[in-house]
Design a protein around this ligand. Sequence first.
Ligand code: 5GP
Ligand code: MN
Ligand code: MN
Length: 325
Amino acid sequence: RTSNTVREVADLLKSLDRVAVTTHVGADGDAIGSSAALVRLARSLGAEAVFCHREPVPNYLRWLVPGEPLTELPPDHDLLVVDTSRADRVGVDYEGTPVRLNLDHHADNPLYGEYNYVDGTAAASAQIVASLYEECGIPLDRDAATAIYTGVSTDTGGFRFRNVSPAAHELVADLLRAGVVPAEVDDRINRTGTVPQLRIVGASLANAELHGSALISTVDGEDYERTGGSELDSKESIDRLRTVAGVEVVAHLREVDGGTKGSLRSESVDVSQVANRFGGGGHRLAAGFTIKGKKPDEAKADLLDALQGVVDLGEEPGPNGGGAR
Ligand code: 5GP
Ligand code: MN
Ligand code: MN
């Protein structure tokens, strides 16, 4: 099975009358941005298009998809899935409905759709959606361009991560010409927080422990209660963990439903392999996993086991790791 060509996918889109677009659970800026842009493209091509997701859209992204998403797939719609590396992470129940199109930039995507448009070199799924606009001959209006910009800018950490490419920057130049105002997107994405959100990030950072060159933070139910912040809010702390000099792998472990959801980031080590050990996955330098039935403190021990041999864990792991940083 290989990925389809942009031409084949464009022809598919042109042939559809009713489409339902969805994305991965735990949606991020690229998930919602690329969904919003694909919904608009389908409409421009004359289809009826809806966005579906069983989870509420995170507050900071709601402006991209006005109204509530349908929580269930409507009948007689073709299902298009964006930014979703695996069939079990699709944001709606779709039993019995084929995935007509799987559009993604995760290199480990197993091509679970009837049509697959997977490009591991794209900085974001939104970048791939942009190439579909071009292939279909649909000009990017300001709203579509803004949705695409949101996907590319968030998935690249504001154009700083290793997935940034000349192609990404060239696309952004076009998006700005189409009317995107980066400062406005930044306001909407990064300046809509709350004090509880700030405090749960603080709690996560305060809990960070250094093990050799791995820095691991945890948050649990008590932290949520004390700060009023949520598990998703706490995830932001991972970008601050990455600021510590000499750290090669950072991990953020948060309690979810009595188990642990983990996020891994690295500058050098293939953390998707580590996530894989727990049935998770992702990109080489950004991956995630879930451990059921173990709270973060316990899950941390499992993670440290999985990191043995992958990264230097220091001589005596423990609080503050023994490093002199
Ligand atoms: P995050 O840490 O931001 O949730 O996810 C980082 C990357 O890992 C994303 O590309 C995401 O798709 C992937 N990822 C996160 N959690 C999981 C998981 O449980 N399973 C798989 N297969 N991928 C995940
Ligand atoms: Mn995503
Ligand atoms: Mn993405």
